[in-house]
Design a protein. Structure first.
Lengths: 391, 139
């Protein structure tokens, strides 16, 4: 029972829904969004949410559609509720989760839907590439011809120059994500890959290869958040959001204080763990934003799980793989579940909730009680971190 | 597509003259000029002319490129560490991709950036090339 004001403001995840990540040629942005939202509402007990927070990055570019909050609220059968969309590049999904969390935490709403939706395959030529480059600084990066993979290539090249990892070290991260995706029915690539396949992968922007990069994809995922009283009434108090934080950095790499240290990862991880009253060692699994293998490595270092210049060892040494001390990307991550950019952060949260419910099937991390999830916009300019816990 | 012509006209100074912002408080130099120092938050910043000399800090070779850059494929893009300390993203030109290494000394040149279709306007700006001692007018 609710005994205090504080209890009332604990935020629970009472429902989850997702559509399989992939190339949905027969489905539009709104089709995907409505399917995921309806699934989450049904999972959460069937009650209409009081508000919808929607994360999306490329709707204006690739679907020529903005104003998604009201559109999806209406099409999903919830015409009339508060709704808005949130954009922070590839971290749009988790940014929407953050807004949904605040809406419940503040007491303004008791039941809130959070949705991430992205439709990437309705594009031709370089339009999606140009759209993704909008996550970078338009005047100093996109204007000179940098693509988003190329920005990560600049990070990876400098990292290799300073710390000397081998290609095999990067490959181990891709292999781990692919191995984990095999057990996830909603993953795009349910297929393990060999080291040889990684080492022979074609180059996108040297030294970044296809196997260093997460795939473009269509997808939508949703969560229903509730306050303690509502969650108790619905009989769904199994998973709560224990910590939530956002930190920012410069969009352009050239403006960073240190190129190879993701300051916003460090700050948002620290704040989210502090809010949850948890230490790094309490974390049972970590959903890392592995858009590129170099981002996994830099994230693990800045989050404090490896000294600078040592993070590349964690996959080869078995620390971050299935059964290791800190499994990452437990249901395939961005690399193998797929990366429908504005939806990714919500997929991470859905997957973490399934792990904490003990409902992750073949991907289950045994005894998982504390999950850390991190969604990154750009090459580290917006970093949204949440701590989810089993009650 | 946004109206590119006014934007490209507006950005001429930034692209044609290599200007930086130097903070009078903490001394940090950044490119392009901006009104507030990103290091310490001071708005006491001055505009300085940069030497245009530096070295390659990191680089990549691009084959899959955004629209309107197709004419240059493949091209090298680098982070250049300028003498004044600032990093800048720029294409490296007048060079074979395999000749570029971290630490390569480079100098600024004025080049074509992109063209918006066959009938579109052409955008010019800074690129860097391997330094040619004795050939540089500023030396």
């Amino acid at each position: 029972m609710v005994t205090s004001r504080q209890d009332c403001r604990t935020v629970y995840v009472v429902g989850v829904g997702q559509v399989p990540v992939g190339e949905h040629w027969d489905k539009s942005l709104r089709d995907l969004a409505v399917a995921a939202l309806r699934a989450a509402v049904a999972d959460g007990g069937g009650e209409a949410p009081g508000a919808l927070m929607l994360g999306n990055m490329l709707g204006s570019t690739l679907s020529e559609q903005q104003h998604l909050g009201a559109l999806i609220a209406d099409w999903a059968g919830f015409r009339g509720i508060e709704a808005a969309s949130v954009e922070s590049a590839c971290s749009s999904g988790a940014a929407a989760l953050r807004q949904g969390y605040l809406a419940v935490k503040s007491g303004e709403h008791r039941l809130v839907a959070v949705l991430g939706a992205e439709k990437m395959t309705d594009s031709v030529n370089g339009l999606a590439t140009a759209g993704l480059a909008m996550a970078a600084d338009a005047e100093s990066e996109a204007a000179i011809g940098l693509s988003f993979p190329a920005i990560n290539a600049l990070l990876m090249r400098r990292y290799m120059h300073e710390y000397g990892p081998e290609r095999e070290d990067f490959a181990a991260f891709a292999m781990s994500s692919h191995a984990n995706a095999v057990g996830n029915p909603n993953a795009m690539f349910r297929k393990a890959v060999s080291q040889k396949a990684c080492l022979l992968a074609p180059t996108i922007a040297d030294p970044v290869t296809l196997m260093d990069s997460a795939p473009m994809a269509d997808g939508a995922a949703a969560l229903i958040l509730a306050d303690a009283e509502t969650a108790a009434r619905l009989g769904r108090t199994g998973v709560r959001i224990a910590g939530s934080a956002v930190a920012t950095d410069s969009l352009a790499l050239q403006d960073r204080n240190e190129l190879l240290y993701l300051e916003a990862v460090a700050a948002s991880t620290e704040r989210a763990l502090a809010a949850a009253n948890r230490s790094r060692e309490d974390v049972d699994f970590f959903e890392v934003h592995d858009a590129f293998t170099i981002m996994s490595i830099l994230s693990l270092e800045a989050a404090g799980y490896a000294p600078r210049g040592e993070g590349f060892r964690l996959a080869q040494e078995g620390v971050v793989v299935r059964g290791g001390r800190l499994p990452i990307c437990t249901m395939g991550g961005l690399k193998a579940r797929g990366h429908p950019v504005g939806a990714t952060g919500v997929y991470q949260a859905v997957e973490a909730a399934l792990q904490l419910r003990g409902a992750a099937g073949d991907c289950q991390v045994e005894g998982a009680r504390v999950g850390l999830i991190q969604n990154i916009g750009g090459s580290g300019a917006t970093v949204v971190t949440h701590v989810l816990e089993a009650e | 597509m946004a109206l590119q012509l006014p934007r490209d006209w507006r950005l001429q100074a930034q692209r044609y003259r290599l200007l930086g912002a130097k903070c009078r408080g903490c001394g940090r130099v950044v490119v392009p000029i901006r009104p507030v120092c990103p290091g310490c938050g001071s708005d006491d910043v001055e505009t300085i002319k940069l030497s245009g000399r530096g070295e390659v800090y990191s680089y990549t070779v691009m084959y899959k490129v955004p629209d309107s850059f197709e004419r240059s494929v493949p091209y090298v893009v680098a982070l250049v560490r300028l003498e004044e300390g600032a990093l800048i993203s720029a294409q490296i030109t007048d060079v074979e991709p395999e000749e570029v290494v971290v630490g390569l000394p480079v100098e600024v040149v004025f080049r074509q950036w992109r063209q918006y279709g066959a009938d579109g306007h052409i955008v010019y700006g800074y690129k860097f090339r391997p330094a040619m001692p004795g050939m540089n007018a500023t030396q």
